[in-house]
Every structure is written in structure tokens, then in C-alpha cells.
Design a protein around this ligand. Structure first.
Ligand code: ADP
Length: 471
């Protein structure tokens, strides 16, 4: 039984009464928590496979969806989700990350059915969902991009011709790609045509679009991204940046804020350019502008992610702003100056200390990060001062299914100094005990204790080039 619920008067003043989360696992729980803090009634939806999942018990109401769909299909069932939202008189839908979070068609379906999509408009989603269109936007606002084709490539021959003109290495990318998929690096002319065919078939299958483009491949850059918040009244502000260079197969493993190993001057430029891009497209809500930064400190826009990101926790820990709560407030029509956001001007942003997030997954790094499945026979979590856990899939008896993301728990540490945050992250990670399924805990510990990590020297190829992390 809930103790708190918005009254009619509060609904009239603030906007929403009921929020549906069209997602699962840790991000669903994260959103329910923010809703609770705003006295909002919560609705969960779950697939057949998730009938015993923890997240559904964290909402006020929970409904089975996509009974006849695949495990993934259930969370992608736009008509089914809209129908549920209407039947349960939901005011707004939070899409989380992954699944339908960047789907313009879903946002449009919400708009057309009088349901507030907690994110940017379908128009902006359509524009940012295509990496080539997003790059063109950056170019239009004078933000640097990586040299590459401006239009989709016609065929493998054109890819090869352009690769030779840019010089190797190059990277082929699916315009609609995401999650580290639909990308292939080529170091020699012989690799280009087969890679083009591979990326094209992968892109068609995974993203429903065959548009491929080519870019110069930057050697050992850092991935630095800027968190943006924008309200409905034209206020666009940044909340600092995150270093997400620790990646395996183009996917992030450990992230931290601020990106202290990049100069103040470069970071300032990133902030300015991120705000420029967001402002240019009329962005509303939370978003992230991603850049690669080379050794000389040159920065290049790569894409904009129009949703909450997995690694948003580190920004929250150093800025004190609850980003998910801010997303909901903005969707309700609150300005960035709202006391819960507290950004009347950009000068109101204060970055305090350092935060590190580690993604604990049920993957075996030694076995090429193959996901492990089965039952968790014992689970003990880390904790203590300066440690935050965002989980939902990890508890004794939990079944880890092969159908979904292998993220088990996000361990985020904070301290006044980066060294202190490293120590706390290491301590908390070592306190995590998971039996029954393999995890990447030893691997993450090796990253956290590596001298290059402490020196801020890690670039996007660090994991691939550091075999001792796998020992
Ligand atoms: P996704 O949308 O799948 O996340 P991104 O475009 O954001 O893909 O790129 C993910 C990662 O791929 C980057 O953080 C970086 O490590 C690598 N990457 C992308 N483009 C390039 C490039 N031109 N040169 C070098 N690395 C790149």
C-alpha cells in the first residue's frame, strides 16, 4: 500500500499522476525511485520471461505484455504498450535506455495518443537516430566531426575508393547503428569490401537500414561525452562531462566524471559545442553529446544519445542533480530553474569530487565476454560510505536469462579525490559476491587497480591492448 500519492490539486499543478516505464531491470527500478520521490504512481510492464523479475514488484501496478511475442519483442511492442498505457490511464511513459528509448515511431505514437513521452520529440529522435544526419547537424553548427562520407556509401567499391583517399585505418559504420554494433575497422584495402558487406548485412538485420558511411579511424582517442539538460522554454545547459574510454568491443565498462585527464580548455570547448548542438536541434529533456578527443586535444562530435544513459550515475554523484527526476520534471513542464534541478544559469552547476561507475555483468572476460546464464545461488552486495548500487537483477535465486542485457549491478563510487574514488570502487567491487554465474568482477578489479587507470592514461583501445587485465 502506498503512503504517498499526488492529490488532484497536485496533479493539476504539476502535471502527471501515473508513469509507465517501458523497460525492465535496473533502469526500470531507477525510474520508479525517481517517481516515488515525486509522489507519482508507477506502472511496470514485464514479459513472460520476466514474470519473476524483481523490478516488477517495485512499481505500484505491473502488467504482463507481449504474451505472444519474443522475449525482446515484448518490450518493443509499440501498439501493445500504448494500449496498456491507455487502459491504465497513464499520463507519461519513461522509455529508459535501449529498447524503444530512441525510437521516433514510439515517441510519435505517444504524442498521437496524448501520452507524454519522457524524452525529446519524435522529430529530434528521428534526426539524432541517424548518425549521418546527426553529423550534418554538428557541421551546421560549426562543431568539428571526423573526416568521412556525408552521404551513405553506394557500394563496396565506393567504400574502398574513399578509404584510400582518407588513408588507413578507417571505420565503416551503420548510420542507424547503436550499442557498439554495426561498426568495423579496416587497416588494409583488402579488408574494406568484405567489411562493407558484413556491416551492411548486420545493419539490415539489427537496425532495418542499410545505410553505411565511412570515417577516418582515430588511433587511441578518448571518448568524452557531455550531459545536457534542456527545458521546454529554450534553456539548454550542460552538466559537465564523463570519460567513457574504457570500452570493450565499442561498449563501455567503466566510466568516470569529471574527465580530469583532459585539459580544462578542451573540456570547456566540449561543453560549449554540446550545448550548441542541443540548442540547434531544439532539444528538450536529458541527452548526451558524445565526442572523441585525440592525443593533441582535438575533439570530434560522434553522435548524440537522446535518452538517459547507463552511466548517468557518475554525473549525478558529482553534480548532485537527480537526472531521472529532472527528466520527469522537464516532461511535466518544469524549467531548469526548478528547485529539484537548480540550474537558473550555467553558473549554478558545481562539480564536486570524483565518481566512478563500474558495470558488473554476467560475462566471462576470459571467454571473449560470452554472457553466462543460470541461477544466482548466492549474492552479497558491496556498500559503505561513498558507494551507490543500482541493480535489480542480482539477488540469491535470481535467474539470469540469455535474452536480455547482461548488466547485473552498477557500482558507483564517490570521493573528494580520484584516488579515493578508485579505492572505494575497488573495495565495493571486491565486496560483491556472486555465485552460480560468472561475472566480470575480477576483470573490473584489474582495471581499477591498473596504474594507467590511476594516471588517467586510458584510451578506447586500452582494454584490447592490455592482456594483463584478463589474468
Ligand atoms: P554506438 O552508437 O554503437 O555507441 P558510437 O558512434 O557512439 O557507436 O561509437 C562507439 C565507440 O566506437 C566510440 O566510443 C569509439 O571507441 C569507437 N569509434 C567510433 N567511431 C570511431 C572513429 N572514427 N575512430 C575511432 N574509434 C571510433
Amino acid at each position: 500500500m502506498r503512503l504517498i500519492e499526488r492529490t488532484d490539486a497536485q496533479v493539476a499543478e504539476h502535471g502527471f499522476r501515473k508513469v509507465l516505464v517501458a523497460n525492465r531491470g535496473e533502469i526500470a527500478i531507477r525510474v520508479f525511485r525517481a517517481c516515488y520521490d515525486l509522489e507519482l504512481h508507477t506502472v511496470a510492464m514485464y514479459s513472460n520471461e520476466d514474470i519473476n523479475a524483481l523490478f516488477r514488484t517495485k512499481a505500484d501496478e505491473a502488467y504482463l505484455i507481449g504474451e505472444n511475442k519474443s522475449p525482446l519483442g515484448a518490450y518493443l511492442d509499440i501498439p501493445g504498450i500504448i494500449d496498456l498505457a491507455k487502459r491504465r490511464q497513464v499520463d507519461a511513459i519513461h522509455p529508459g535506455y535501449g529498447f524503444l528509448s530512441e525510437n521516433a515511431e514510439f515517441a510519435r505514437a505517444c504524442e498521437e495518443n496524448g501520452i507524454q513521452f519522457i524524452g525529446p520529440s519524435s522529430r529530434v529522435l528521428a534526426q539524432m537516430g541517424d548518425k549521418l544526419a546527426a553529423k550534418a547537424t554538428a557541421v551546421a553548427c560549426g562543431v568539428p566531426t571526423i573526416p568521412g562520407s556525408k552521404e551513405p556509401l553506394k557500394d563496396g567499391d565506393e567504400a574502398l575508393e574513399r578509404a584510400i583517399s582518407y588513408g588507413f585505418p578507417i571505420i565503416l559504420k551503420a548510420a542507424a547503428g547503436g550499442g557498439g554494433r554495426g561498426m568495423r575497422r579496416c587497416d588494409t584495402p583488402e579488408e574494406v569490401k568484405p567489411a562493407f558487406d558484413l556491416v551492411r548485412s548486420e545493419a539490415k538485420k539489427a537496425f532495418g537500414s542499410e545505410d553505411i558511411f565511412i570515417e577516418k579511424y582515430l588511433v587511441e582517442p578518448k571518448h568524452i561525452e557531455v550531459q545536457i539538460l534542456a527545458d521546454q522554454y529554450g534553456s539548454v545547459m550542460h552538466l559537465g562531462e564523463r570519460d567513457c574510454s574504457l570500452q570493450r568491443r565499442y561498449q563501455k565498462v567503466v566510466e568516470y566524471a569529471p574527465a580530469w585527464s583532459v585539459s580544462e580548455q578542451v573540456r570547456r570547448r566540449l561543453h560549449e559545442d554540446a550545448v550548441k548542438v542541443a540548442r540547434h536541434v531544439g532539444y528538450v529533456n536529458a541527452g548526451t553529446v558524445e565526442f572523441l578527443v585525440d592525443k593533441q586535444g582535438n575533439h570530434y562530435f560522434i553522435e548524440m544519445n537522446p535518452r538517459i544513459q547507463v552511466e548517468h550515475t557518475v554525473t549525478e554523484m558529482v553534480t548532485g542533480v537527480d537526472l531521472v527526476r529532472a527528466q520527469i520534471l522537464i516532461a511535466e513542464g518544469a524549467p531548469l530553474s526548478h528547485p529539484y534541478i537548480g540550474l537558473r544559469t550555467q553558473d549554478d552547476l558545481h562539480v564536486n569530487g570524483f565518481a566512478i561507475q563500474c558495470r558488473v555483468t554476467t560475462e566471462d572476460p576470459v571467454n571473449n565476454f560470452a554472457p553466462d546464464t543460470g541461477k544466482i545461488t548466492a549474492y552479497r552486495s558491496g556498500g559503505g560510505y561513498g558507494v551507490r548500487l543500482d541493480g535489480g537483477n542480482a539477488y540469491t535465486g535470481a535467474a539470469i536469462s540469455p535474452y536480455y542485457d547482461s548488466l547485473l549491478v552498477k557500482v558507483t563510487s564517490w570521493d573528494n579525490t580520484f584516488e579515493g574514488a578508485c579505492r572505494r570502487a575497488t573495495r565495493a567491487i571486491r565486496e560483491e559476491h556472486v555465485r552460480g554465474v560468472k561475472t566480470n568482477i575480477p576483470f573490473v578489479t584489474n582495471i581499477l587497480t591498473h596504474p594507467a587507470f590511476h594516471a588517467g592514461a586510458c584510451h578506447t583501445k586500452f582494454i584490447d591492448e592490455t592482456p594483463e587485465l584478463f589474468e
